[in-house]
Design a binder for this molecule. Structure first.
Ligand SMILES: [Zn+2]
Length: 220
């Protein structure tokens, strides 16, 4: 019975983050400092050091195929919820629209550069693109998961729908959360209740000095 109690207990995230993710963030933070100081070799070495297999494995355990991760149900813990909003046919969904730039800024201001679920540091796509442009070999970014830098992939800032779009969720700032990519894609089309997640909108946000490496853009 204890196993059942654990399975259904409310929780903040599907899988607790591992320490390597925070270490990778620290290395990328130092790489940013090195870049801003004009030390390209040091920045490059630090970006490479942040590309950790353990971080990739954590990401894959959440968003990889359930065939490759047969134990994945113990992470997502899906349960049937009576009266859950149905999966809507495509034509009945609210037309997809991403938040505007002003709404995105408001969301980042509200949540900080942190995943609202697991709490890991997150980095906007635009920052990662800037890294890849300046350090294409170290901050590599291909079209498939294994060809993307593990830390930039894991820490990829998402505008995630609290009530999924496919379940009738809209794109208002009230329904959008800042999350990491594994938490976003790992939850897929499930509601918070269906996977036992505590709604992060009801929890005070812990602000830290992590800036999402936004300062990287200050050096052309
Ligand atoms: Zn997360």
């Amino acid at each position: 019975m204890d196993a059942d109690v654990d399975f259904f207990a409310p929780r903040r995230c599907m899988r607790a983050p591992i320490s390597e993710i925070f270490l990778a963030a620290e290395l990328l933070d130092r790489a940013t400092d090195a870049h801003l100081a004009g030390d390209r070799a040091e920045a490059e070495a630090l970006i490479r050091a942040a590309d950790m297999p353990a971080v990739r494995a954590w990401t894959e355990s959440l968003w990889g195929s359930s065939k490759a991760y047969p134990d994945q149900h113990s992470l997502n813990r899906f349960r049937v919820v009576v009266d859950a909003p149905p999966n809507l046919p495509r034509e009945n969904r609210i037309p997809q629209r991403m938040p505007t730039a002003a709404e995105k800024a408001k969301l980042i201001d509200r949540f900080g550069h942190r995943c609202a679920f697991c709490g890991i540091p997150v980095i906007r796509k635009e920052i990662r693109v800037a890294f890849s442009r300046r350090y294409p070999d170290a901050a590599y970014w291909g079209h498939t998961n294994p060809t993307q830098h593990a830390a930039f992939q894991c820490m990829w800032l998402q505008f995630d729908h609290a009530l999924p779009h496919s379940r009738g969720g809209d794109n208002s700032v009230e329904n959008v959360l800042i999350t990491c990519a594994p938490c976003n894609y790992g939850r897929m089309q499930w509601t918070l209740e269906e996977v036992g997640l505590i709604d992060p909108r009801g929890i005070p946000i812990l602000k830290t000095d992590w800036d999402g490496l936004e300062r990287f853009l200050s050096r052309p």
